[in-house]
Design a protein around this ligand. Structure first.
Ligand SMILES: [Zn+2]
Length: 589
């Protein structure tokens, strides 16, 4: 029953959903011929190889080969299981899944159970914040930081009273499964049995994912206790290195403004938002990761990173530069005056002054160079600096930008531009391990390029011009193919055509056995047509001819092989006879 209702819901969603519109909310897409293209959200790249095809309602990345339909995208992008994706999309497109009530409980995955427990805990923390006595200090703290009641309720800010079993008791009263609360990182098991609260005496900031579900919590102490900030430990749904606080609320503004402002903590984020800056996000006390930057790339064309003036802030700025260059997202560094963080700055000086700082922000590379120069006074220091900076420079995609940086570097270090260019060239020539692998792949395909080209031509013809199939089937087509995955696809197409007199790309996709063949088929479907309608006839004639010629030369080869072995045999025989004759002769002598 379930599968029937689920599969019809799946069909219904596929019918009403528009893949370009859906993916477009997470990836910036541009029209390019039949397809839309953008930067892949699943691998690092500077030039778009991620394509979405509106006719077929599929996506495919020519870089990392990920691809599929709206469901595949949703599962990949949100780390969701198929039932989760089905439910999310059903909700989004208002498709009712029948029989959901009866089997929903069984399907509920561990992550969903964690979300539910988190939601309950957030209720508990929010209630505690509102309680007249218990929450008084916390409310005072938020008020002093200019966090309004509206902001507090929008972000479900709460308070964990300084008790060991406040949440434990609350969850027990709600008949919640406490072991799930342990998996959610909310409770800690005691040595002698039982549990205690992880968050105590802290303001609580629930952390949401892009689907507005609570994945974890951050807690800030009210007094001077340590640690100042405490986060949910890594759980099945809480991965610090991928999450950005506030992105669920800011993504629209980031897209509209084309820029994102990154700060370091939830208080900074909330203060800026309270003052009207909508396009901010915060990291959760971790350094920026490629996953963060990749996610932001889908919304912003530029990032402003706000750093504290202290040493930790500076070193975070330095570490983030390679991440931005590798992902090809331009970034500028905003440095606050000594002793300030964004929260204190905007509360003391207002948003206008903060926006002025944003305007004055310098490219992250310049900031990096400036900092490194201060560190490296000696000649040796300069060489050291070059070692750090040239690899980063080699990642800068735009040539004018690179030239500009080379000039600046040359001025700063007093080393000639020519020398710097030649050093840079050396680095660009010794590829990183990842590139080396790609390089080998490229070489291999370059050797086989002729052979492979023939395969791809035939595949393109078969897939995009189904009316050519009947004639191609009749010729010795197998002889034209050298690639096993292409062979699998063409064979499946011909089989289906033979059995049913027709085929569809979906039925072929379902009929393929290997993942590599499915990948290959998706790829060719996202590639432009090689032949126009007028050229199809000519292409078929050429392929028929080529197949004939290849078949003849193959049999000739066989024939020549036969002749050769016959000659060999004769030679051998003659040899033996001669040897026998000589033997005879020597005996006679
Ligand atoms: Zn990709």
């Amino acid at each position: 029953m379930t599968s029937i209702s689920q599969s019809s819901a799946k069909e219904e969603i596929k019918r009403v959903a528009d893949i370009v519109q859906l993916i477009g909310q997470f990836v910036q897409l541009k029209r390019a011929g039949r397809n839309f293209i953008g930067l892949c959200p699943f691998h690092a790249e500077k030039a778009p190889s991620f394509t979405v095809n509106p006719e077929r309602q599929t996506f495919h990345c020519f870089g990392c080969k990920k691809g599929g339909d709206v469901f595949t995208f949703w599962m990949e992008y949100h780390n969701a299981s198929f039932p989760e994706a089905l439910r999310d999309l059903a909700e989004r497109y208002q498709v009712t899944i029948t029989g959901k009530g009866s089997d929903g409980a069984n399907e509920r995955s561990q992550s969903e159970a964690i979300f539910k427990t988190n939601d309950m805990a957030a209720d508990y923390f929010q209630t505690a914040l509102g309680q007249s006595e218990k929450g008084v200090e916390a409310r005072k703290y938020l008020k002093n930081r200019s966090i309004s009641a509206e902001t507090a309720s929008e972000f479900r800010i709460g308070f964990a009273p300084d008790e060991w079993d406040g949440l434990v008791d609350f969850l027990k009263r709600r008949h919640a499964d406490l072991s799930l609360a342990v998996q959610a990182g909310l409770l800690v098991p005691k040595k002698n049995g039982g549990y205690y609260d992880r968050f105590r005496g802290r303001i609580i900031f629930p952390i949401f994912d892009l689907r507005h579900r609570i994945v974890g919590f951050g807690g800030r102490v009210l007094g001077d206790a340590l640690p100042k900030y405490l986060n949910t430990p890594e759980t099945a749904v809480f991965r610090k290195g991928e999450l950005l606080y506030g992105l669920h609320a800011s993504s629209r503004a980031i897209r509209e403004k084309g820029r994102a402002v990154i700060v370091e903590g939830y208080m900074d984020y909330l203060a800026l938002r309270g003052h009207g800056l909508q396009e901010a996000v915060a990291t959760l006390g971790t350094a920026l990761t490629p996953a963060h930057v990749r996610r932001l790339k889908g919304y912003a064309s530029e990032v402003l990173v706000v750093f504290d003036a202290d040493e930790a802030g500076q070193s975070a700025a330095l570490r983030s530069l390679p991440v931005f260059s590798e992902e090809g997202l331009p970034a500028r560094a905003v440095v606050l005056p000594e002793g300030h963080d964004p929260d204190s700055f905007v509360n003391a000086n207002g948003l206008e002054r903060f926006l002025e700082l944003l305007e004055k922000a310098c490219p992250l590379f310049d900031f990096y160079l400036e900092q490194k120069m201060q560190e490296s006074g000696s000649e040796e220091g300069k060489i050291h600096l070059l070692k750090d900076i040239l690899p980063i420079l080699s990642e800068v995609g735009s040539f004018p930008m690179r030239s500009l940086y080379i000039r600046r570097l040359s001025e700063k270090l007093g080393i000639g531009e020519g020398a710097l260019w030649s050093e840079l060239e050396k680095i660009s020539k010794s590829p990183s391990p990842g590139e080396r692998r790609d390089g080998i792949k490229e070489q291999v395909s370059a050797c086989g390029v002729d052979r492979k080209l023939g395969d791809l031509q035939l595949l393109n013809l078969v897939v995009h011009h189904p009316h050519a199939v009947r004639r191609l089937m009749a010729c010795e087509w197998k002889i034209l193919l050298s690639d096993r995955t292409v062979l699998e696809i063409v064979e499946t197409v011909f089989e289906q055509y033979h059995q049913r007199g027709q085929f569809s790309n979906d039925s072929v996709m379902d009929g393929l056995k290997s993942e590599s063949a499915r990948e290959q088929l998706r790829e060719v479907l996202h590639r432009p047509f090689i032949y126009s309608e007028q050229e199809v006839e000519q292409a078929v004639v050429e392929m028929e001819g080529k197949a004939r010629r290849k078949a003849i030369s193959a049999s000739l080869k066989e024939f020549r092989g036969d002749i050769n072995s016959l000659n060999e045999l004769l030679k051998l025989k003659a040899c033996k006879q001669r040897a026998a004759g000589e033997h005879e002769g020597s005996r006679r002598e």
